[in-house]
Design a binder for this molecule. Structure first.
Ligand code: OKP
Ligand code: ZN
Length: 344
């Protein structure tokens, strides 16, 4: 299996997030990717650059005005004479209008963002577009016949919707990979999201679609981010009815509970019988993760890789979260190695 990586991820750095009442550096750092990259190299997994896939391909998933906004938001903030962090401070909640897009930058940020943990710095657009290209390149390689490919995406993507950003995510890398597979040669694609946090963006993008199945295991949104989506009663609508499966799990879930839910998820994918699989590979389910509350240990990640491989589908693995920086490289390589049939 090849890995796809761009050094442009490092342009997205230095941002602060509002976390439990304080402005702190984001947990989502360039260092995460450096650690994964050295683990890939140590495991002799070949790393290649993304292709120059045109920006127009983003519009298969994202709204054009949203893409234009993301590209220009930092410059607009500066043009309006502001300093500090490009973060929203108000949102169109119940009772407020969401049909008007304010022309000022503060209103526009609140219109497109859904949290205050996702800063836009000078290099955010370049990094996000590069990550999207990594995911689509992995999809291209799989549609050309590779059994699997791993996109080392940063920033992550699964919280980004058709025209919304948040949760450290700007462009939805996994959704772009799934759509790319459909546009090339697949008729049906399953997305399994195993990040600790519900992939609200991916769910929204495919909510009314019957050509993409979305299956997610995550910490219950009753207490866990993103709080407002990811409950078991969300099943899809219209043509998409029954093609979304949410398996929210209690905080403190360890391997036994996790393995059972993963079995349910894999059974649902087998029943859907897709032509290909996209894995939103967050590893913030690890017990040592600083912002999450599952209890998986290192040795469980090769088991996850083996179970995913058991589906025997062409597969694009897309990096999402995982914030235990010291362990993140070994954990990711644990999944990938077992997926590719190598002993852990
Ligand atoms: C991104 B990904 C919780 C604060 C939440 C944002 C978390 C984004 C996670 N107290 N901050 O799914 O790993
Ligand atoms: Zn996460």
């Amino acid at each position: 299996m090849k890995a796809i990586h761009s050094p442009l991820h490092a342009r997205h750095e230095g941002g602060m997030e509002l976390f439990r009442g304080q402005l702190v550096p984001t947990f989502e750092t360039p260092e995460r990717i450096a650690v994964i990259l050295s683990a890939l190299e140590a495991a002799h997994i070949e790393v290649t650059a993304p292709r120059d896939i045109p920006e127009s391909r983003l519009l298969r998933v994202h709204d054009a005005e949203f893409v234009t906004f993301l590209r220009g938001a930092h410059a607009r903030w500066q043009a309006e004479g502001r300093q500090g962090n490009v973060l929203p401070s108000g949102f169109p909640a119940r009772g407020l209008r969401r049909d008007r897009k304010p022309s000022g930058i503060s209103g526009a940020l609140g219109y497109y963002a859904f949290d205050a943990s996702t800063p836009i710095v000078a290099g955010t657009w370049e990094a996000a577009f590069a990550a999207a290209r990594c995911a689509m390149t992995a999809a291209a390689m799989v549609s050309e016949g590779e059994a699997a490919a791993y996109a080392l995406c940063r920033p992550p993507g699964h919280h980004a919707g058709r025209s919304t950003y948040g949760g450290y995510c700007y462009l939805n890398n996994a959704a772009l990979a799934a759509q790319y597979l459909l546009d090339e040669r697949c008729r049906r694609v399953s997305v399994i999201d195993i990040d600790y946090h519900h992939g609200n963006g991916t769910q929204e993008i495919f909510w009314e679609r019957d050509d993409v199945q979305f299956v997610s295991l995550h910490g219950t949104p009753d207490t866990e981010y993103p709080w407002f989506l990811g409950y078991a009663d969300e099943r899809g609508e219209g043509r998409g009815a029954g093609h979304t499966l949410n398996l929210p799990l209690p905080t403190g879930t360890g391997w036994d509970g996790y393995q059972a839910a993963l079995g349910t998820a894999l059974d649902a994918i087998r029943r859907y019988a897709p032509d290909a699989l996209v894995v939103s590979l967050g590893v913030d389910t690890f017990a040592g993760d600083p912002i999450s509350a599952f209890k998986l240990q290192r040795e469980h990640y090769p088991r996850i890789g083996g179970l995913l491989a058991g589906l025997a589908l062409p597969t694009v693995l897309v990096q999402e979260g995982g914030y235990a920086v010291a362990e993140i490289g070994d954990i990711v390589v644990g999944v990938l190695g077992a997926f590719a049939g190598r002993p852990a």
